[in-house]
Ligand binder design. Structure first.
Ligand SMILES: Nc1ncnc2c1ncn2[C@@H]1O[C@H](COP(=O)(O)OP(=O)(O)OP(=O)(O)O)[C@@H](O)[C@H]1O
Ligand SMILES: [Mg+2]
Length: 590
C-alpha cells in the first residue's frame, strides 16, 4: 500500500495561500493588481481592524460574466496566459491564477461582479475555500471582492499578524506604492472609517508624486534611456539637508519589486558623489521589454530576474550619477518681513540684499562694478528687511560661470551670474574640487609627492600607528611616505605636493584617526576615498582666510568643472543661491 495521497483541493489551496497571502497587505496588493489588470480607472479599498476583520476592494474594471466568476475561484484558472510561451513576456500583473483561490481558502470570501455592458451580475460566497452560494445579483459594472476574517481557519497563521495599526500601515504602504505607478487610476483607502488616501486619476507620475507627497522640490528628476531600457523617476538631491534615509520605491514594468542589483547601483551612485552614508529617498521606474525580465521567480512576485543584470546596474548608475551631478544648489528664499527679533536693521548695501545679511566688511570691487550692480530705482519699504528662509532648490543647472564679487567674513565667496547671487563656502568648495582632482588622478597614476626637508615625527597611540603603517601602500599612492620610527613614533618623509607643509601634522593625525576607525575589512577603494577626502580637507583653503579676487575666481572656475559641484565629499552643501526671480519679486519688480 503506497504512502502517497493526493491532497484535497481545499488543503492544496491553503498551502498555496501560505505563499501568496502573508498578511492583509498581500491580499490588498493582489486585489488591486487584479483591478488594474481589469482596466479599472477607479479603485476603492476599505479595511477594518488593519484588514484583519475586513478587506474590501471595489473597481470599475471590465468585470466577469457568470461563468468566469465561477472559474476564477478555481486554482490555476486565469484569463491572462494560456500557453507556455506567454510566460516569456508577461504584460499583466497577475498570471498564475492563484490569488483569488488562495485568499478564498483562508477567509470568509465574497465576490460580486458585473461584466461591462451586461444587465446583471453574479455574487459568490465561499468560506475556507468552499463555495457556499452563487446567485445573480445587481450592483455596478466592475468587481467587488470582500475578504473577511483572514486566517480565521488557520489560527497558527493568524497569531503571526501584528497589531491593527501595524497591519494598516502595511496596507497603506502597498496602496501608496501601487497608486504611485498607476497615476491614471484613482485610488481611495479607507481604514476603520477614516479616509487615509484619496487620489483622483492624473496625467503622470509627477502629478501623482504631488498628490501623495505634496510639493517636493528637494527631489530631482531622473530620466535616461539606454540599451532599450528606460529609467525615470525622482531621487533625493545630494545637497538635501534633511534625513539621509527615505522611502525607496523601485518599480519594474510597473511592478513593486525589491531588487539587489538596482539597490546596489543606487548606493554606488550616491557614494561616488559623497562619503556620507545614506539610504536616500528614491522613486524609480524601470521600463524593460517583458522578454528581457523574468517576473515568475518569487511567490509574491516581489522579485524579478533580469536577463542582463549588468546592463540594468549600469543604466541605474549612469542615470542617477548624471542627475546627482546636475543637482541644483539649494536656493535661499528672500522674504520681506519685519526685522528679525534681536537683529538690528543695517543700512542696505547698494545692489545687494537689503537688511542685515551682509555686514560692511563685504567689499565689492567698488571701483568698477558691473552694470547690474546699480542700486534699484525704488528703495526697500521702510521697516522691512530680507530674511533668509528655508532652502528651495529649483531646477537650474548646478553651476554657471560666475563672477566673484567679494568675500564675506573671509569665509564665504559672494558671486553672481545672470540668474542670481551665490554664496559659496570657500573651504567646502575647494575641498570638493581637490577631492575630485585627487580621485581623478588616482585612477591613472599616483599623486605628486614632495619630500620634506625635515621629516615629521609623529607620536601616535599604537592602534592609530598600526592603522597608518598597514595602509602605507595606499598612502604612498597619495604621496605620503610613512615608516615606523621606533617607540610610539612614526616618521613621515614625504607628503602630497598639494598639502601645505604646515598642514602635514594635522592631516596625518586625522588620517590615522580615520583609518583606525574604519572597518578592518574595508574595501581598498573605500579606504582610498577616505584618504582622498581627508587630504582634500586639509589641503583646501580654510574658513577665515582672506582670498584675492583672482583666487576666488580660480576656485569658482574649478568648481564649475567638477561633476558633483553642489556638495562636498562629506555631503555638506557647497553653495546657496538666491535667484534673480526671488530678488526681483522682493523688490516688487515682477
Ligand atoms: N477585479 C477583477 N476584474 C475582472 N476580472 C478579474 C478580477 N479579479 C480577478 N479576475 C479574473 O479572475 C482570474 C483569476 O484571478 P487571480 O488573481 O486568482 O489570478 P490571476 O490574476 O490570473 O493570476 P495571479 O494569481 O498571478 O494573480 C483573473 O485571471 C481574471 O480573469
Ligand atoms: Mg491576480
Amino acid at each position: 500500500m503506497g504512502r502517497i495521497t493526493r491532497l484535497p483541493d481545499d488543503l492544496a489551496n491553503q498551502i498555496a495561500a501560505g505563499e501568496v497571502v502573508e498578511r492583509p497587505a498581500s491580499v490588498v496588493k493582489e486585489l488591486i493588481e487584479n483591478a488594474i489588470d481589469a482596466g479599472a480607472t477607479r479603485i476603492a479599498i476599505t479595511i477594518e481592524y488593519g484588514g484583519k476583520k475586513l478587506i474590501r476592494v471595489e473597481d470599475d474594471g471590465i468585470g466577469m460574466d457568470p461563468e468566469d466568476a465561477r472559474l476564477c475561484l478555481e486554482r490555476h484558472a486565469t484569463s491572462k496566459i494560456s500557453k507556455a510561451d506567454d510566460l516569456g513576456a508577461i504584460a499583466t500583473l497577475g498570471f498564475r491564477g492563484e490569488a483569488l483561490p488562495s485568499m478564498a481558502s483562508v477567509s470568509h470570501f465574497k465576490l460580486r461582479t458585473r461584466a461591462r455592458g451586461s444587465d446583471s451580475g453574479t455574487e459568490i460566497r465561499a468560506n475556507a475555500g468552499i463555495v457556499e452560494s452563487v446567485v445573480e445579483a445587481g450592483g455596478p459594472e466592475g468587481t467587488m471582492v470582500e475578504v473577511a476574517d483572514v486566517f480565521y481557519n488557520l489560527p497558527a497563521r493568524r497569531k503571526f499578524l501584528k497589531s491593527d495599526g501595524a497591519e494598516a500601515a502595511h496596507v497603506s504602504r502597498v496602496v501608496t506604492q501601487l497608486a504611485f505607478c498607476y497615476p491614471e487610476v484613482g485610488f481611495t483607502l479607507t481604514s476603520s472609517g477614516r479616509k487615509i488616501l484619496a487620489v483622483p486619476p492624473v496625467a503622470g507620475v509627477s502629478d501623482r508624486l504631488y498628490q501623495i507627497y505634496g510639493d517636493r522640490q528637494d527631489l530631482i528628476a531622473v530620466e535616461r534611456e539606454f540599451g532599450g531600457l528606460r529609467l525615470h523617476g525622482f531621487i533625493a538631491a545630494l545637497a538635501e539637508q534633511g534625513p539621509v534615509r527615505g522611502p525607496q520605491h523601485v518599480f519594474v514594468n510597473r511592478r513593486i519589486v525589491k531588487d539587489r542589483t538596482i539597490a546596489h547601483a543606487i548606493i554606488d551612485s550616491y557614494s561616488v558623489a559623497t562619503n556620507k552614508e545614506r539610504s536616500p529617498e528614491v522613486h524609480l521606474f524601470l521600463e524593460i521589454p517583458p522578454d528581457r525580465v523574468d517576473v515568475n521567480v518569487h511567490p509574491t512576485k516581489a522579485e524579478v530576474r533580469f536577463r542582463e543584470q549588468s546592463l540594468v546596474h549600469e543604466l541605474v548608475r549612469r542615470a542617477l550619477g548624471d542627475a546627482l551631478g546636475k543637482g541644483p544648489a539649494p536656493e535661499l528664499t528672500l522674504r520681506t518681513t519685519d526685522v528679525l527679533p534681536g537683529r538690528p536693521m543695517q543700512p542696505a548695501i547698494p545692489g545687494a540684499l537689503a537688511g542685515g545679511s551682509f555686514p560692511s566688511r563685504w567689499a565689492p570691487p567698488s571701483s568698477n562694478p558691473p552694470s547690474s550692480w546699480a542700486p534699484p530705482a525704488e528703495t526697500t519699504p521702510p521697516g522691512t528687511g530680507a530674511a533668509v528662509e528655508t532652502p528651495v532648490p529649483a531646477n537650474v543647472p548646478a553651476v554657471r560661470p560666475m563672477i566673484a564679487l567679494g568675500q564675506f567674513r573671509d569665509t564665504f565667496i559672494i558671486a553672481m551670474d545672470d540668474e542670481g547671487l551665490c554664496i559659496i563656502d570657500q573651504h567646502v568648495a575647494h575641498e570638493r574640487v581637490l577631492f575630485e582632482r585627487i580621485m581623478e588622478k588616482l585612477t591613472s597614476e599616483s599623486l605628486e609627492s614632495q619630500r620634506l626637508l625635515i621629516p615629521v615625527i609623529l607620536e601616535l597611540p599604537s592602534a592609530e600607528r598600526a592603522a597608518l603603517v598597514s595602509k602605507a601602500e595606499a598612502l604612498a599612492r597619495f604621496g605620503f611616505e610613512v615608516e615606523e620610527f621606533g617607540g610610539d613614533s612614526i616618521k613621515v618623509n614625504s607628503v602630497p605636493a598639494l598639502l601645505p607643509p604646515n598642514e602635514c601634522d594635522a592631516a596625518l593625525r586625522a588620517l590615522a584617526d580615520d583609518l583606525e576607525g574604519l572597518d578592518r575589512g574595508l574595501r581598498l577603494e573605500d579606504a582610498l576615498k577616505q584618504i582622498a577626502a581627508t587630504t582634500a580637507c586639509h589641503a583646501a583653503v580654510k574658513a577665515h582666510y582672506p582670498l584675492t579676487l583672482e583666487k576666488m575666481h580660480h576656485i569658482l572656475e574649478e568648481l564649475r568643472a567638477t561633476a558633483y559641484s553642489t556638495v562636498c565629499p562629506h555631503g555638506r552643501p557647497v553653495m546657496l543661491r538666491i535667484t534673480r526671480r526671488e530678488i526681483e519679486k522682493n523688490f516688487d519688480r515682477i
